[in-house]
Design a binder for this molecule. Structure first.
Ligand code: FPP
Length: 253
């Protein structure tokens, strides 16, 4: 995938190969849930659960690369997570900082392209600088794309896309009747990679929670009771096996 070039709609949607019975998805997206419960069950502060969550993220990124995924997206901080206590928000920022600082060299060497999905407004300048560094350093890598959804919300992403398209209409370059699915998809933060064929949520919750709401139109879902800090290679493999057994028809028969 060329960096920065929006994929045409037909290339972004699930293709026959990744939808065939027994196939492996190109893109898996994960809602990493259950850090707080994991910590609580150990009589530890929630922050410790998030710290253990970073270790699970490391295991999962490595496994995703070994299993040949093209794209792995992880939901690390949602636009709704600002409602958490300031200390927990700051802790999640600190974890992003330490993850990028400690893992960037290794991820770059492994050929992982890093992209951070979400609104930049509201993020501290040093985080913005780190994001720019990680994205620039790894832009030409092709082994796998790791998308970190941070300060991300699917509705906010759609709002931003609608605003961008409305500006183009106002400037006279776009006829409202020419607005279609392809134009909207190209206006989203995810324009450069295919939609997820599989979305996994840990901790037993069965909700999308404003994650990739446009891009999940045809996604399969796997919900596992495993709490995110316990998640690892075997759980990812189990989710891929479950996906391989699903029949995907995309509205056809
Ligand atoms: C949900 O668990 C998890 C989050 C809101 C944060 C996810 C973050 C990580 C896994 C680590 C951060 C990684 C980076 C790269 C910044 P929860 O706290 O809602 O758990 P609970 O439902 O059990 O309370």
């Amino acid at each position: 995938m060329a960096a920065g070039a929006a994929l045409p709609l037909e290339a972004r949607a699930p293709d026959a190969a990744s939808a065939a019975p027994g196939a492996r998805p190109r893109h898996v997206a994960i809602i990493m849930d259950g850090n707080g419960r994991w910590a609580k069950s150990r009589h530890q502060p929630r922050t410790l659960g998030h710290k253990a969550g970073v270790d699970a993220l490391r295991r999962t990124v490595e496994a995703a690369g070994d299993l040949g995924l093209e794209v792995l997206t992880v939901y690390a901080f949602s636009t709704e997570n600002w409602r958490r206590p300031a200390s927990e928000v700051e802790w999640l920022f600190a974890l992003l900082r330490s993850y990028v600082r400690s893992d960037l060299d290794r991820l770059d060497a492994a050929g992982v392209r890093i992209r951070v999905l979400g609104r930049r407004e509201g993020l501290p300048q040093d985080i913005l600088d780190l994001i720019a560094l990680a994205e620039t350093r790894t832009a030409a890598n092709t082994a796998m794309t790791l998308v970190i959804a941070f300060n991300y919300g699917g509705q906010a992403e759609l709002v931003d896309a609608m605003r961008a398209i409305a500006r183009r209409v106002l400037l006279g370059g776009v006829d409202p009747d020419s607005i279609d699915e392809a134009m909207i998809a190209e206006s989203l933060g995810t324009a450069d990679w295919p939609d997820p064929e599989l979305i996994v949520r840990t901790s037993g919750e069965q909700r999308l929670s404003n994650f990739l709401i446009w891009q999940s139109a045809y996604s399969e879902f796997v919900f596992t009771p495993v709490l995110w800090p316990d998640f690892g290679r075997r759980d990812l493999e189990a989710a891929l096996n479950e996906y391989a057994g699903r029949q995907r028809r995309f509205g056809g028969v």
